[in-house]
Design a protein around this ligand. Structure first.
Ligand SMILES: [Zn+2]
Length: 81
């Protein structure tokens, strides 16, 4: 009998589950590599979001960081080149 160990990541928001390479689990997270885990993020200790859930999370996080800078009197100008 053989025992096969797999590492799975589960999105804490929508519940999507993907198999992760063992190297990801042993190296720590993130950033996640390309491939099946592309776009996945770790939000804190053991919480993860899939690519679909990460996009609105990161957009809101960025918006909140800009607002905190504004409230602290830090003004920045963003230019796309
Ligand atoms: Zn998700």
């Amino acid at each position: 009998m053989s025992i096969i160990k797999k590492t799975m990541l589960r999105c804490d928001r929508c519940g999507k589950v993907v198999e992760a390479p063992e190297s990801v689990a042993s190296l720590g997270l993130p950033p996640f590599p390309e491939g099946g885990l592309a776009g996945w993020i770790q939000t804190d200790g053991d919480h993860h979001l899939c690519a679909d859930c990460a996009r609105p999370y990161l957009a809101k996080k960025s918006e909140m960081e800009r607002e905190l800078k504004h409230l602290a009197g830090i003004e920045t100008i963003e230019i796309d080149l």
